[in-house]
Write a protein that binds this ligand. Structure first.
Ligand code: BGC
Length: 899
């Protein structure tokens, strides 16, 4: 596909339009008394809350680093919205206050941006004056959190600040009509609804670069919100079942087991739900009439949805099941299917059909209590199927009896506990369900035996036979024949990715893999690139790309088809930048309502998460982009994520934490997988054999590439994690380490592993085969086939270049004036001391004369890193400015002339 300036503009316009539509469709309307929303045409609005002067388009961390054309600002969008008018006097008060109290980005450092911005105190006068002149009040409250920055049970994070409370108190005292908009990434406390009289409550999540315009579309009625909650909103933080803090000894006990989110609430605590899972209103009302048929293998629900209101709209039909609460004990409700109607006009109907397999209702027996250890079983008893608008508002549409317990699948026992776990179970006492705690004990699985019995055999070494990767692609030679030519050293190189911003790949990307050494390129392997992700393309050069809404909003649409379309168009943009893979979707379960990364992830429900991820990957694959399902698995809490051990039962793993990934692998397309930093039952994800081999490959049939998270650790049984333990990583079949500065210089223990027999060449060959099978599907390979070019821009040897300036004095004061003669492409080499923590990714912006660039510096805990940027400079007088967060220190800038 050829991208020209003209097509790029057309594509951008198309993507922008769909992006805006998605941002509106995934917004969730929780309350709308008296139909306050949408506001009447011409309504005069008094807008409160300083969030109006900006817009949280994303959460923070790697997922929020897409450079966009224009920052969304709510006030600007409201001013552009012809259907509504805002109180400019009040807006001016806010703007003037914000000028004096500017946005606090925490000095631009990694994970340092606060959860919210200081709110402007309001006087009674200002509010009462505004109430006299306006038809309604619109209050906007914003929150952020992100990577390495969990939310907290504090005012300003989960709770409202005192100033926000005061704002709501005053506004609701003086105004009759009040709408509150939450621009948030995580669920926050909503008890303010009990204290103040609020007509409408709308969550717009963090809707990407079109989010502010989309909000105005909703407020003015040009679009209708039709999103549904992907998490339960409880009355109180303490109502949620999962442990928050403290985490002792870096151990997180998943003691609520399978009872995550609504599975817990509907089973044990239904009265503590403020807004149920799957809940959301729109601007009209629907009547849904369902019928169901159940065969031995499939349940089909047919729903006739009629629009009973005056406006057109879309409705979601959700289907849940209840399995018998037998020996295994099951949740009262589990999502089995969902579908969204098209736009239905007032008075009209649409018929939709939803179906799911009976097997989907099986529970996993990890103790053998059903008589079938490590099997998915359909226990004998009554199965009931419900359909409706959310988990609470459903009607029973079918029920049937399974007379004899049936085994649906027999599995290997995987990832056994290494510690006792007291887990929540649903027992039955005198015909009533009760919550009890059951102890599950560690089991003695001989993992080494499993590994050695399943070792691959292909370890042939033939030396160079002149076969190139193209010969494999064009089926002149087999992959094993090709790989037999690679030396052990070549294999070591192929399992080490490079980044951030490898000069061999598309510039500004966070990871490169494939033909990173001359030797590998000799065999016709191109350099491929990946970048964050998940909501658009991050290019650390500062190049602009499109930011789509966060993961939670995408899942809130309950609309796989629209998610697929959006990521189809996004994939086209990514392809135009010659990037091969997106580091997303992020799809961990919202186990803990405060996890900082929930904004990137989808839901507390694995079925919805898996379906959404599969749709995204199918969309990206349309233009050859591969998706990366991350973080596999159990990254449900950010703090100390490199050290924490998720202690979780096999049942909860299979029914909750792995389930979404399983659906994504089986129903998605062009998927790679990124393992998480944390340990799962004693093994870091990257070195977790059962995770990456027994479950992912053997059970699910995955044949793609698995990469580590950036600078992740691996460990061998019982030992501490180590970034250089690539032996344990390869043994587990996590194929590639991400990332090192230079593949050939990466310290590792692969050589020793081969020498001492704790690693075989065949295991390295197996991972190389997984990597190269993916390489052959990429845009980089397609370009190589047509142009013969293997690498974007081979790294230069600075020692051979002429150094035309070296600036180390006075570089603390910016900008610097420097005199040196330049004419042509120069390499600017920035030496920067990084005091940040090891996983930090700090953004640095630099400008030289009229040229701008940016790059990211990861945490080096006191070490100095050298980052090179290429720029075209002319003349003898130059102005250089570098803007960097406080945890970084600029030591020197050297400028080299490229020949
Ligand atoms: C994050 C990943 C991300 C990677 C590259 C890590 O810190 O956990 O999600 O893709 O960095 O930026």
């Amino acid at each position: 596909m050829v991208f020209t300036k003209e097509t790029a503009a057309l594509y951008k316009a198309e993507l922008r339009k769909l992006n805006r539509k998605v941002a509106a469709e995934g917004s969730v309307l929780l309350k709308n008394e008296g139909g306050l929303l949408p506001f009447n045409v011409g309504a005069r609005l008094a807008v409160f809350g300083r969030t109006q002067t900006f817009y949280y388009k994303s959460g923070t961390g790697s997922g929020g680093l897409v450079h966009i054309d224009k920052e969304p600002i709510i006030l600007t969008s409201l001013r552009d919205c012809k259907e509504l008018s805002i109180d400019e006097k009040l807006a001016a008060v806010y703007e003037e206050w914000v000028n004096r109290n500017p946005f606090d980005n925490g000095n631009g450092g990694w994970a340092s941006e606060p959860w919210c911005q200081a709110e402007m105190p309001l006087s009674e006068d200002v509010v009462s004056c505004a109430a006299e002149k306006n038809d309604a009040a619109l209050v906007i409250i914003g929150r952020t959190a992100g990577e390495d920055k969990d939310n907290s049970a504090e005012k300003g994070s989960y709770y409202l600040t005192d100033t926000e409370e005061e704002m709501l108190r005053k506004v609701t005292t003086h105004f009759q009509r009040v709408a509150v908009v939450l621009n948030i990434g995580n669920i926050i406390d909503m008890s303010f609804l009990d204290r103040y009289s609020i007509n409408s409550l709308l969550i717009v999540w963090q809707g990407g670069e079109e989010g502010a315009d989309a909000l105005c579309d909703i407020l003015s009625g040009k679009a209708a919100p039709s999103g549904r909650l992907t998490d339960t909103v409880a009355f109180d933080l303490s109502d949620y079942p999962s442990q928050v803090e403290p985490i002792e000894n870096d151990e997180i006990f998943y003691d609520e087991d399978i009872f995550v989110g609504y599975r817990y609430f509907e089973t044990f605590s239904p009265e503590r739900v403020r807004f149920p899972f799957g809940y959301g209103l729109t601007y009209t009302e629907f009547k849904t009439e369902c019928e169901a048929t159940a065969t031995d293998s499939e349940i089909t629900v047919t729903a006739r949805v009629t629009n009973m209101g005056a406006r057109e709209g879309r409705e979601v039909v959700e289907v849940y099941f209840e399995a018998p609460n037998g020996l295994l004990g099951t949740p009262k409700r589990q999502l089995a299917a969902y579908k969204k109607t098209g736009v239905i006009k007032s008075g009209e109907s649409e018929i939709i059909t939803l179906s799911f397999k009976t097997e989907q209702m099986a529970a996993f027996d990890d103790t053998g209590i059903s008589g079938h250890p490590f099997c998915y079983v359909l226990e004998a008893g009554k199965y009931r199927v419900f359909a409706g608008a959310n988990v609470k508002e459903t009607k029973e549409v079918a029920n049937f009896e399974i007379l004899q317990t049936r085994v649906v699948a027999k599995c290997d026992s995987v990832m056994p506990l290494k510690k006792e776990l007291k887990r929540l179970v649903s027992s039955e006492k005198s015909g009533k369900r009760v919550a009890e705690y059951q102890t599950v004990y560690p089991s003695a699985l001989d993992l080494d035996k499993r590994i050695t019995e399943n070792l691959p055999k292909n370890d042939e070494y033939t030396g160079d036979k002149g076969i190139i990767l193209r010969d494999v692609y064009e089926q002149r030679h087999s992959m094993p024949e090709f790989l037999a030519q690679l030396s052990d050293e070549d294999l070591f190189a192929i399992v080490c990715g490079e980044g951030m911003d490898s000069p061999k790949a598309t510039r500004g990307t966070v990871g490169a893999f494939g033909g990173l050494t001359e030797n590998l390129r000799h065999f016709g392997i191109p350099v491929c690139s990946v970048s964050d992700g998940p909501s658009g393309l991050r290019l650390d050069t500062g190049a602009k790309a499109t930011l789509v809404p966060n993961g939670t909003l995408i899942a809130s649409m309950f609309d796989d088809e629209l998610a697929e379309r959006l990521f189809g168009l996004l994939g086209r943009e990514i392809a135009s930048y010659k990037v091969d893979g997106l580091l997303g979707p992020g799809m961990n379960i919202h186990r803990n309502i405060l996890c900082g990364r929930n904004f990137e992830y989808f839901s507390e429900d694995p079925y919805l998460s898996g379906k959404t991820a599969a749709a995204i990957s199918r969309g990206l694959s349309l233009y050859g982009i591969f998706a990366t399902a991350k973080h596999f698995c159990c990254n449900n809490w950010e703090r100390r994520r490199q050290y924490t051990d998720s202690i979780v039962s096999e049942r909860a793993l299979r029914e909750i934490y792995l389930k979404g990934f399983e659906i994504a692998v089986k129903e998605g397309k062009n998927l790679s997988v990124m393992t998480s930093y944390n340990l799962i039952n004693g093994f870091h994800a990257a070195s977790n054999y059962d995770l990456n081999t027994t479950v992912l490959r053997k059970e699910w049939g995955f044949d793609g590439m698995v990469m580590t998270d950036w600078w992740a650790k691996s460990n061998s049984d019982g030992k501490a994690g180590d970034k250089n333990n690539l032996r344990a990583m390869i043994r587990a079949q996590n194929d590639i380490y991400m990332v090192c500065g230079d593949t050939l210089k990466q310290p590792h223990n692969l050589r020793e592993g081969l020498a001492e027999g704790s690693l075989t060449r065949a295991e390295l060959v197996r991972s190389a085969s997984n990597i190269l099978s993916l390489v052959m599907t990429t845009g980089a390979f397609a370009r190589y086939l047509t142009t013969g070019v293997l690498s974007n821009d081979i790294a230069y040897d600075k020692e051979k270049l002429c150094c035309i300036a070296s600036l180390s004095d006075n570089i603390k004061k910016m900008p610097i004036s420097a005199d040196f003669e330049a004419d042509g492409f120069c390499i600017l080499s920035f030496s920067i001391k990084s005091n940040a923590d090891s996983l930090a990714q700090n953004s640095v912006f630099c400008s030289v004369d009229d040229l701008q660039s940016s790059f990211s510096v990861n945490g080096e805990q006191g070490e100095t890193v050298v980052i090179d940027r290429e720029m075209y400079l002319t003349g003898s007088h130059h102005t250089i400015a570098v803007y960097l967060p406080a945890c970084l220190e600029l030591v020197e800038i050297k400028i080299y002339l490229k020949p």
